[in-house]
Design a protein around this ligand. Sequence first.
Ligand SMILES: Nc1ncnc2c1ncn2[C@@H]1O[C@H](COP(=O)(O)OP(=O)(O)OP(=O)(O)O)[C@@H](O)[C@H]1O
Length: 304
Amino acid sequence: MTTLLDVRDVSKRFTMGGIFGRKTVDAVMDANFSLSAENPEIFTIIGESGSGKTTLARMILGLEDPSEGEILFRGKRVSRHGGRAEKLAFMSQVQPVFQNPFEAFNPLKKIERYLESTARRFLQTRDKAVIDRAMDEALQKVGLSLKEVRGRFPHEMSGGQLQRCAIARALIPNPPLLIADEPVSMVDASLRMSIVNLLKSLRDDLKVSVIYITHDLATAYYISNRLIIMQRGRIVEMGDARTVLDNPQHPYSKLLKASVLSTDDAGDGKLATDPGMVKAAGDLVGQAGKLVARPDGREVRVYG
Ligand SMILES: Nc1ncnc2c1ncn2[C@@H]1O[C@H](COP(=O)(O)OP(=O)(O)OP(=O)(O)O)[C@@H](O)[C@H]1O
């Protein structure tokens, strides 16, 4: 297997405050997983608020350096430092899609301006015909066209359409990997599934791998190949998405699943939790993980 992304023993500790009020947060602890270059997949990172999902994504994007461990993309170490050309080459391979498309676009700028500057930057050309073609191709991949988008400002589009434009922008350099951090949580409920299906078709039709970060177990179940469940910085369970979600092994994963089924808040993407159960699950985290063989022959790794 050729490895696309290799996350090896990665931890991130933030230190805040001065010498007297110093505080540290272990945002990510000992994360390990890898994605294959040959088999594009949707790899989901799930966990409630503050569990370290975004920090892990920022390290994969080279926006933060790990405190320990290393992240390799196609065998090369990902780092916040490095020259402009090196960064551009990396960014053409790994592109982010953020949560709020309305924040990703300046309300005073036409959408095509963003697409244009991305195309100019990655294709290293000023040729208008080449740039227009690249923009149109990327927009077609998300079910839009340059004709539909041209001349429009962000507020003239729905959240779903704007998120498609953000995904189109990310696709301009033809990256093999997208990191989508809660890409549907700010999109109208009625349009969410169309974005989720779009991620699925990027994987199936364009062979793009997607790291999908979410609170939402339902969409995770629907599109993911594999997933990891994070709690307070640690991966507590990892495996085939349906195997894990059909029959979670770790107490925290069980709790997440139970919370979705039992609270009204789940629709907002926030999971209500019982503090007693969270503590019980938390106490188990930090013990060595073990592979659990399931009767159907599949395996999940369970920590605790
Ligand atoms: N730059 C930073 N400085 C200090 N602490 C940070 C920083 N970034 C994140 N943290 C802390 O690290 C922990 C993990 O945060 P992170 O944003 O990665 O979680 P998350 O799972 O993405 O949460 P959410 O779903 O709310 O976005 C939290 O306790 C957060 O407060």
